[in-house]
Design a binder for this molecule. Structure first.
Ligand SMILES: [Zn+2]
Length: 259
């Protein structure tokens, strides 16, 4: 099987900007992955995985996250850079802002959240929930490009697919959440369980419930379309300045995790 070390995961938009070399679907113990594309990105070939499947057919709570992450792992992927659309909870954030995620709160309910349902009992450390090395490269890229990004963002993951209520947003704000989405945490946790690095650049597509009149999917798609070239530039530069070998805790996440 063809091997690549870096993968990109995106919601919508990015694929149309990338020239595809080849594609493959990977079989996993959790079912088949969506079609994964091998694309030239900057100077390297990377695997591109559309989070919601081809044609955006899986809603956030029905995405087969375990198949997605297992497939990338079996391709030899060590580092994953993701993008996601979010609503702003923190009133200092504005539509169009970019955030390099630093921490998260998990409010998912029904989706599978782990690869380790059986013995050996495995507790993964998430003291640095997103890969510090990838974060550093992304922040360096943003600085080089003069792109303003939030660098200490706490992402809240809700089950969806509905948006939140104003009371929920008020609660999430009081808990320290900055932005809210429905996908990233599932990927971040599963990636760490397979010792893959994971970081995410989120864009703010709307203000969360109670902070603007109404939320529609149109604005999510529209802001995504505008943000994609900027995020793509950041990811390319981040990949360019990544150290060749990993020296982050993600690469040995299973050491000392098993009872
Ligand atoms: Zn890492």
């Amino acid at each position: 099987m063809k091997k690549v070390k870096i993968a990109l995961i995106s919601g919508t938009g990015m694929k149309s900007l990338i020239k595809v070399n080849s594609t493959r679907r990977v079989g996993t113990p959790y079912g088949p992955s969506p079609m994964i594309s091998f694309v030239n990105f900057g100077e390297v070939e990377v695997a591109f995985l559309p989070r919601h499947g081809e044609a955006h057919k899986y809603p956030p709570h029905m995405v087969n996250y375990r198949a997605n992450m297992w497939a990338l792992h079996s391709l030899g992927v060590e580092r994953i850079l993701a993008t996601s659309a979010t609503g702003a909870i923190n009133p200092d954030y504005s539509v169009g802002d970019l955030a390099i995620l630093k921490d998260f709160l998990d409010f998912t309910v029904i989706r599978p959240r782990t690869f380790y349902d059986k013995a050996p009992v495995t507790h993964i450390d998430l003291t640095s929930p997103f890969c510090p090395e990838l974060r550093k490269s992304l922040l360096k890229a943003a600085k080089k490009k003069g792109q303003k990004v939030w660098d200490d963002t706490t992402y809240v993951c809700m089950e969806g697919p509905r948006y939140e209520t104003p009371a929920e947003i008020k609660m999430l704000r009081s808990l320290g959440g900055d932005i809210v989405g429905m996908t990233v945490v599932s990927e971040a946790v599963l990636a760490r369980e397979l010792e893959m690095c994971y970081a995410c650049v989120s864009f703010v597509s709307n203000m969360a419930a109670g902070m603007q009149k109404r939320i529609t999917s149109y604005e999510v798609v529209e802001v995504g379309r505008r943000s994609t070239p900027i995020i793509q530039g950041l990811l390319e530069e981040a990949i360019r300045n990544l150290p060749k070998r990993r020296s982050c805790p993600c690469s040995y996440a299973l050491e000392g995790a098993r009872l």
